[in-house]
Design a protein around this ligand. Structure first.
Ligand SMILES: [Zn+2]
Ligand SMILES: [Zn+2]
Length: 476
């Protein structure tokens, strides 16, 4: 496999591989595992990827790999200069060391592949879904040193682009890709825009289809990975099970727009991410040119949605959020644009904030919601995003649409004809019963709320920038 040279061993772990390990193994009971794909130079290992063994047979005390599922994935991942250098798995609390069985297993692999070593990474779960990792290097059975603990470091930068040779080829063969939309969309303007997406489950198609509309800069946040139930209700394929939702979205976006830059952050968007870290992850451009940024909040977590709204008002970016109602029968979409929409995202939701303050818990799940409900919401979000990202363009069809709905920045859609979700009769008022059934949208007038903690009901969101020191403290 690879040979051992006399060097001091160093293990480096690319940020994305590290996040995958933490997001998958760190969020579940112990004895979950997967494999490390690395570049190797003597004893030095640079871990570039982690393949989560999502279907492994695990018990409270042991992890055994699903080789039928893992072998083809590993084969695909290993290019000529990449190797499987180890495996990572979690142990129950208080057992941070490599067990005898772990060493035996590693030495079997060493024998089978005639390798110089195999790294066994043991994870211990901490609170906040974080994970402490230890790298043990296991050596062949005939060597005098059997196992040793090796220090590791996480390399902080993300890969955001296609490799340059692939990018050049893909750009060359797709030079006409925007021919059908360049009369409708101001592509030059689009190139400068940056979409920050929080929650990439049901919204994955939104991000991907924005790339089809010329969007080129994305930062995607989602800690979750594809499970088999996501085949029916999200955009998962069997071949992508176990992979991060952001990782798959990034791959699909780059397969549509090879010039795009996509940062895939496989982390939960919660209070472990400070405002400073958020800014450094999405790029400092958000401070200098907030008008180029859209924060799109598609999580199913109220606090994450509230934080996104606070960040957007505080930083002065455009904002878009969507929420599916029970059974996928209806949904809401809200948006804001500083200097155009008088109401901020919190103005229109204050009663919901108050309910959460009183201890309300949302029990809406994605159960019963088909992919078509999701697609319906994504389609509306796409239209609103084009209105926000193209605002002011003289050549775009979408350049002035926002002015027409500036004070109607809360939309409800009745997606399916079941009549139990939206109790108000706003749809009856908006649509003649004789002609309507379902799939109607109402754009509901909003007024700035004087007691809104985010914008103070000023009626001009440009005045509400930089008022909050730490948006984590401004949620409810
Ligand atoms: Zn073990
Ligand atoms: Zn407000």
């Amino acid at each position: 496999m690879f040979t051992l040279r006399k060097m001091k061993a160093v293990i480096r772990l690319k940020r994305e591989a590290y996040e995958k390990i933490v997001a998958t193994l760190g969020s579940q009971k112990p004895e979950q595992g997967g494999y490390l794909i690395s570049e190797v130079n003597g004893q030095n290992v640079k871990v570039i990827d982690f393949i989560y063994d999502f279907s492994a047979n695990t018990s409270a005390a042991a992890y055994s790999p699903d080789t039928a599922v893992m072998s083809p994935k590993i084969g695909k991942a290993i290019a000529s200069d990449k190797y499987i250098t180890g495996g990572a798995h979690t142990h129950p609390d208080g057992y941070p060391v490599c067990s005898g069985a772990d060493i035996e297993y590693a030495q079997d692999i060493i024998d089978a592949y005639d390798s110089a070593f195999f790294d066994v990474v043991i994870g211990q779960r901490r609170t906040n879904n974080s994970l402490d990792l230890r790298f043990y290097r296991v050596y062949p059975r005939n060597s005098h040193k059997k196992v040793e603990l090796i220090p590791f470091e996480v390399i902080e930068d993300y890969d955001t682009e296609l490799p340059s040779s692939l990018k050049a080829t893909h750009e060359r063969i797709t030079y006409r890709k925007y021919d059908r939309i360049n009369q409708a969309i101001d592509l030059e303007m689009m190139k400068n825009k940056h979409i920050v997406v929080l929650g990439c489950g049901g919204s994955q198609m939104f991000s991907i289809d924005m790339a089809r509309c010329g969007a080129s800069n994305f930062t995607l946040f989602d800690h979750d990975w594809y499970k088999d139930e996501n085949i029916s209700n999200q955009f998962a394929e069997i071949s992508n099970l176990g992979r991060g939702k952001v990782e798959v979205a990034k791959e699909k976006i780059l397969d549509i727009n090879p010039s795009a830059k996509v940062k895939a952050v496989q982390r939960r968007f919660d209070n472990n991410i400070s405002d400073e870290e958020f800014i450094s992850l999405v790029g400092k451009g958000i401070i200098k040119h907030p008008e180029n940024y859209l924060i799109a909040a598609f999580t199913d977590d109220f606090y994450a949605q509230a934080r996104a709204a606070a960040l957007s008002v505080n930083l002065g970016t455009a904002f878009l959020a969507a929420q599916m109602y029970m059974n996928g029968d209806a949904a809401e979409v809200c948006f804001a644009y500083p200097g155009v929409t008088p109401s901020c995202p919190r103005c229109m939701m204050e009663s919901r904030y108050q309910a959460y303050k009183r201890g309300f818990k949302n029990n809406v799940t994605s159960s019963c919601s088909t992919i078509f409900s999701t697609q319906r919401v994504n389609a509306l979000c796409g239209l609103v995003a084009l209105m926000l990202l193209q605002y002011g363009s003289k050549t775009s069809r979408y350049g002035r649409l926002l002015d027409r709905v500036a004070d109607r920045n809360f939309i409800q859609i009745k997606i399916a004809p079941f009549n139990n979700v939206i109790k108000n009769d706003i749809f009856d008022e908006a649509f003649d019963k004789e002609y309507s059934f379902c799939d109607g949208a109402v754009w509901i007038p909003q007024e700035p709320n004087e007691s809104c903690p985010l914008c103070g009901g000023e009626g001009n969101l440009l005045k509400s920038k930089d008022k909050i020191k730490d948006t984590r403290r401004a949620l409810i």
